[in-house]
Design a protein around this ligand. Structure first.
Ligand SMILES: [Zn+2]
Length: 64
């Protein structure tokens, strides 16, 4: 595998990470329960009450 191939893979990974980082989470990071929209427009975990964006820590996703 050439360095150019490695570089393009790294680049694609980064673009994918940035895409997912810009999307709201689909599941609770604590237990994986799918988030459901609440009456106030937030996304809420029915299991432990984790709420997007209140409990969302963007910094924890930066190094993913
Ligand atoms: Zn949860």
């Amino acid at each position: 595998m050439s360095w150019e191939q490695l570089r393009s893979i790294a680049l694609a990974n980064r673009q994918e990470q940035e895409f997912w980082a810009s999307q709201p989470p689909r599941a609770c990071p604590n237990d994986g329960t799918p988030l459901l929209p609440a009456a106030d427009g937030t996304l809420r975990c029915q299991h432990d009450g984790w709420t997007y964006q209140r409990d969302y820590d963007a910094a924890s996703h930066a190094g993913m």
